[in-house]
Design a binder for this molecule. Structure first.
Ligand code: NDP
Ligand code: HSE
Length: 436
């Protein structure tokens, strides 16, 4: 059968990994796909580097539009990144009737509705397994393997860079900046690593998972996104003493009021498997009504793990080449006319447990006043830790873990606690998930 001709846009970390794996495993891949899959054109701004990587095996150009307008290219792989030129190129490729494979979660979280609509109208596929959790096939799981279920919630460690930083800081005592440059050298971080450390990348991925899990449009603008830059090592230490580990967790949860869509540092009981996911590894826990809890673990970033997902999409498209567009798996799992407008809840309406740390004057009655405020705000206490003041000091830390409560109750209680003359500075609040 005629080989599938592929054009690669961007031969950086993931592009180079894709080129290498596709070449190394060409024989196995063609046995699976039913025909050869060949990268015949590569576009990159750095033509010299691209020529060195491809070693004369395909045509190299510096203008990506030469690929998307080329009549012989069947599938375009977009591995440039970002939501700028990548959006223009992907939309143009779709308009030209080309299938698209992308690892670009930023692009899809911001412009997914427009892109999937265009693809649907044109009868082409936009495949994006690599966009969430790198090499872990979580998109396929949510879109195809768990379709019998009503998915209740999805919780994941889905940013390798931040998980790597937290592990390095906790296990090796390495400071934040050094750990971040390690993640950058290893190719885990985005071109602008702020996107990783501020939780935006995990927010993009959570947005895509929420759409597929619940059949709602892609709505990154309504996600709550908080990164790890404000996390203090004192809280990592207190959490450990209380039997919890702090992870940057992405959560998409169905509730009777709407959908919680949030990314933030989270205390997770140390005994949970997911609390022990370290380094650049990712894990996604899915709670569904029929199957119960299932967990997916693996490399969430890096050249070849991500290439694994990119090439799996290429093979899927090659197998579906002759299928009628109406018989294909919908881009966002649910049929386009069966999407719902279930609201994404504002943070004030979400329900979770909390870790609260306050620095207080070591005086009689302080603790009683704080606990009274919590009780007045309908917040029940699960555990408490009061540190002995350091030798000679007149101030100390109080740490309180709450039971489940609404965020707005905690907002109100924190405002009252911070107004007390005996409470010094701000109350630190970190959300806590038991993941039962
Ligand atoms: P890189 O920055 O390593 O690669 C991007 C490549 O695209 C570079 O070689 C760049 O060239 C090239 N490029 C930039 N603009 C153009 C253009 N207009 N035309 C052609 N080429 C261009 O990024 P990654 O490989 O790390 O990431 C690619 C995508 O994969 C991103 O969307 C990222 O979010 C996603 N991803 C990355 C993962 C990872 O582990 N790295 C994992 C999962 C997803 P130059 O360097 O000269 O600017
Ligand atoms: N920067 C991303 C991460 C790459 O660290 O997880 C994988 O999507």
């Amino acid at each position: 059968m005629k080989p599938i001709k592929v054009g690669l846009l961007g031969i950086g970390t993931v592009g180079a990994g894709t080129f290498t794996v596709l070449k190394r495993n060409a024989e196995e891949i063609s046995r699976r796909a039913g025909r050869r899959i060949e990268i015949t054109m590569v576009a990159d701004l750095d033509v010299a580097r691209a020529l060195a990587l491809t070693d004369g095996e395909c045509e190299v150009v510096n203008d990506a539009s030469l690929i998307i307008n080329h009549p012989e290219i069947d599938i375009v792989i977009e591995l440039i990144g970002g939501a700028g030129i990548a959006r223009t190129l992907v939309l143009q490729a779709i308009a030209n009737g080309k299938h698209v494979v992308t690892a670009n979660k930023a692009l899809l979280a911001l412009h997914g509705n427009e892109i999937f609509k265009a693809a649907q109208e044109k009868g082409v596929i936009v495949a994006f397994e690599a966009a969430v959790a790198g090499g872990i096939p979580i998109i396929k799981v949510l879109r195809e393997s768990l379709t019998a279920n009503r998915i209740e919630w999805v919780a994941g460690i889905i940013n390798g860079t931040t998980n790597f930083i937290l592990s390095e800081m906790r296990d090796k005592g390495i400071d934040f900046t050094t750990a971040l440059s390690g993640a950058m050298q290893l190719g885990y971080a985005e071109a602008d690593p702020t996107v990783d450390i501020e939780g935006i990348d995990a927010g993009h991925k959570a947005t895509l998972m929420a759409s597929i899990a619940f059949g709602i449009p892609v709505q990154f603008g309504k996600a709550h996104v908080e990164g790890i830059t404000k996390l203090q090592s004192v809280d990592i230490g207190y959490a450990e003493q209380l039997g919890y580990r702090i992870k940057l967790l992405a959560i998409a949860k169905r509730t009777p009021l709407g959908i919680e869509l949030r990314v933030h540092p989270t205390l997770i009981p140390t005994r949970r498997l997911i609390a022990n996911v370290e380094g650049a590894m990712n894990a996604v826990l899915v709670q569904a009504d029929a199957v119960g809890a299932t967990m997916y673990y693996g490399k969430g970033a890096g050249a070849e793990p991500t290439a694994s997902a990119v090439i799996a999409d290429l093979i899927d498209i090659s197998r579906l080449f002759t299928a009628q567009p109406d018989h294909r798996v919908p881009h966002l799992a649910f049929q386009p006319d069966a999407m719902t407008d279930t609201p994404i809840l504002p943070m004030a309406e979400i329900t979770t447990s909390y870790y609260l740390r306050m620095h207080v004057a070591d005086q009689l009655g302080v603790l009683a006043t704080v606990t009274r405020i919590l009780a007045d705000s309908d917040i029940s206490i699960d555990a408490m830790l009061q540190k002995e003041p350091a030798g000679g000091a007149s101030e100390t830390d109080i740490i309180i873990l709450t039971h489940l409560t609404q965020e707005k109750c905690v907002d109100a209680a924190i405002a009252r606690i911070e107004a007390l003359a005996t409470v010094i500075g701000k109350v630190t609040r970190i959300r806590l998930e038991e993941l039962e």
